[in-house]
Design a binder for this molecule. Structure first.
Ligand code: URA
Length: 429
């Protein structure tokens, strides 16, 4: 079959700063998925996009072409309205775990198609798999049935959604082109739009533990995604939230499940509660329940029944004791003072090296491994007081985890301080 375009012409057009036409975009993504455009050609195009950008119409067309490469789910047959949330990923970000059952407890359907962790950020599926028996892979029919009966599903995204993105993301990962805002926005939004949710709340993380380190770029990413969602008919709002410090007091799979259950029982760290409630309010508003009071439902434990039903429906034993790592080591304050820095990236890498995360997609993770925080920035400490506990099944990992924390914990003289704001901005059209 003769091809309507030549890959080199498309690359050269973007390299020279021109707009790509709609037919060029449709073709290049389709031809790449078919293997007609080679990896080295797509790498060059991705780099040209990173350097020269794309305008709103180009990004929308690129996203539509990625959606067209695969299947679309359809939740219109459900009796409940749907609301979804996506986080760009951070350290200790367990918010999906309490949030999905919390929002579902108000009669809204929450389909959370999630992934596994790679690098220093954890994956929601890895966390839930620390619950004995819990199963991540559901068929579309099982997912629909659970959304109707329980309201909340957290499961693995099937390979049928936006397959062009799967191939392109793997290529970007090894060609230094992950950071291009048009490519990040279209990658995330193609999967979310293909998933068929009626509304979407984006949690765009900013800071050392996020892949957007500065506020202006995070704002641009958020705005691009909100425009893409809105143009596709999905009610989309973004919160920009701080990721310079880990969320809550745990980073690691079973440790984070335990903390999430504390939050659902009415306790847990204040920042996890605050962000869960802020995102729940946005989702409930978008799904037509502005009257709902998610703060009260967390405080009185009333979302716990939905959590139990959600875990049990996927084979999880909600009453099982969660795995605990075989070994632990405590990191203590070296001097009296106030904790000024507890760097999210340093803690994320330490948790990863302890076995909570993986270096390659096929690696196993340790359910009990991770980092427990005993203090937060702004807290006063005395020399010798525990700051962190490191958990692992394999004690030879402690040394590299401690190395990751070098410079990440700063204690200085001064007075105790209140934490800075967690929600930094809200972007809607
Ligand atoms: N997550 C995605 O799904 N895609 C990106 O490009 C970045 C983060």
């Amino acid at each position: 079959m003769s091809e309507p375009f030549d890959a080199v012409d498309v690359i050269v057009a973007k390299r020279d700063g021109h707009r790509l036409t709609g037919p060029q975009i449709d073709w290049v993504l389709d031809a790449y998925t078919r293997g007609v455009v080679a990896d080295e050609q797509m790498s060059a195009l991705a780099m040209a996009i990173l350097l020269n950008g794309m305008d709103r119409d180009e990004i929308a067309r690129w996203t539509a072409a990625m959606i067209a490469s695969g299947e679309r789910l359809d939740f219109s047959g459900l009796s409940r309205r749907t609301a979804d949330k996506h986080s760009t990923g951070g350290v200790g970000d367990k918010i999906t775990l309490p949030l999905a059952p919390l929002v579902a407890s108000f009669g809204v359907a929450v389909p959370q198609l999630s992934g596994r962790g790679l690098g220093h950020t954890g994956g929601t599926l890895d966390k839930l798999e620390s619950i004995p028996g819990w199963r991540a892979a559901l068929s579309n029919a099982e997912m629909m049935a659970q959304l109707e009966s329980v309201g909340a599903v957290i499961c693995q995204a099937g390979s049928g959604l936006a397959p062009a993105d799967r191939k392109l993301y793997a290529l970007r990962d090894v060609t230094g082109t992950v950071e291009a805002i048009p490519l990040i926005a279209s990658s995330i939004m193609s999967k979310k739009i293909a998933e068929g949710t009626g509304s979407l709340v984006l949690d765009v993380k900013v800071g050392s533990g996020a892949f957007m380190k500065d506020l202006d770029r995070a704002r641009e990413l958020a705005r691009t995604m909100v425009e893409l969602g809105t143009d596709a008919g999905v009610h989309t709002v973004a919160l920009l939230t701080d990721m310079s410090v880990p969320l809550g007091l745990t980073a690691g799979n079973a440790l984070e499940v335990r903390e999430s259950v504390e939050v659902l029982a009415g306790g847990g760290p204040a920042d996890v509660v605050e962000l869960t409630v802020a995102l729940a309010r946005e989702m409930l508003d978008a799904a037509g329940r502005p009257d709902a009071d998610p703060a009260k439902a967390l405080a009185d434990g009333s979302a716990m029944d939905t959590w139990r039903a959600m875990i049990a429906a996927q084979g999880g034993d909600v009453d099982a004791v969660l795995p605990v790592a075989r070994e632990h080591e405590v990191v203590v304050a070296e001097r009296d003072g106030v904790v000024r820095t507890l760097d999210a990236y340093a803690v994320g890498v330490a948790a990863w090296r302890l076995g909570a995360g993986r270096a390659r997609k096929e690696d196993p993770v340790q359910a009990g491994a991770g980092v427990e925080l005993h203090v937060r920035p702004g807290d006063p400490v005395r020399a010798g007081q525990p700051i962190l506990t490191l958990h692992t099944d394999t004690p030879e990992r402690f040394e590299r985890a401690r190395a990751a924390l070098t410079g990440g914990i700063v204690v200085e003289t001064g007075t105790a301080a209140a934490p800075g704001p967690l929600v930094l901005d809200r972007i809607a059209v």
